[in-house]
Design a protein around this ligand. Structure first.
Ligand code: SF4
Ligand code: FES
Length: 248
């Protein structure tokens, strides 16, 4: 396939960026999107030009590092996959493809297509864990029975990979889907109930401090989420927050 790529280039967070055009003349439909960018970068290096910076790690939909806005959609046109799982067969010969970083004030651009998502780490550090006394005997994992419905819902919430696509898709740059998944995966389990009040208060406070916007229930986040995280998690987090506020 022959393609025209329009890629956001930005030297660093202090300088203005711009879209730069690149022609690709021999793209296989079997290449992944990131392999296509690898080929472009090899060509740029051979010409003595600076390669395009983009994030990636596992390249199999697990780590949440890949984070491209492709033709205006986080992770591109296909549903329930990450950018690294997107293949060039989803595009046609002659296509023009816009490739930009995830856009949000809380995700500043580091370089080209790489954004700083450490705001998510700070939210996680504020409460996305269970305190466990690791001295003494290990408690059997099945010592506390959990009903299957709750276990399944908790597992579904825990599949969030922290990619940030939900923020990039939201017109308010809200992080509610991400934070609610992290709150829900613990709130649904007896082990997580012990610290539930502090957890939801601290994580929501940190989310607000990071500058993410409010949720206005448009649902764009759920549509682009590669892991199918449901909006019902946001409803659950709102209930958890209300109940924690009344206790507080
Ligand atoms: S909720 Fe979905 S889109 Fe948002 S960070 Fe988690 S996996 Fe990514
Ligand atoms: S590179 Fe790990 S999810 Fe895409």
């Amino acid at each position: 396939m022959k393609l025209t790529l329009k890629i956001w280039r930005q030297q660093n967070s202090n300088e203005k960026g711009k879209i730069v055009d690149y022609k690709m003349n021999d793209v296989s439909p079997d290449m992944s999107f990131l392999e296509m960018l690898d080929v472009l970068n090899m060509e740029l290096v051979e010409k003595g030009e600076e390669p395009v910076a983009f994030d990636h790690d596992c390249r199999e939909g697990i780590c949440g590092m890949c984070s491209l806005q492709i033709n205006g959609e986080p992770h591109g046109p296909d549903r329930y996959i990450t950018t690294c799982q997107l293949h060039m067969r989803s595009f046609k010969d002659g296509d023009t493809i816009f490739i930009e970083p995830f856009r949000a004030n809380a995700f500043p651009v580091i370089k080209d297509l790489v954004v700083d998502r450490s705001s998510f780490d700070r939210i996680q550090h504020a409460g996305g864990f269970i305190s466990v006394n690791t001295s003494g005997n290990t408690i059997d994992a099945n010592a506390i029975p959990v009903n299957k419905h709750d276990a399944d819902k908790a597992f579904d919430a825990a599949t969030c990979i922290g990619c940030g696509a939900c923020v990039a898709a939201c017109k308010n740059a809200s992080a509610m889907l991400f934070v609610s998944a992290k709150v829900s995966q613990f709130a649904l389990l007896p082990q997580g109930r012990i610290e539930a009040t502090d957890r939801v208060m601290n994580m929501v406070r940190q989310m607000d401090e990071e500058g993410f916007g409010n949720c206005t229930n448009t649902g764009a986040c759920e549509i682009v989420c590669p892991k199918g995280i449901s909006l019902e998690n946001i409803a659950r987090m709102n209930r958890e927050y209300l109940s924690a506020s009344m206790k507080g």
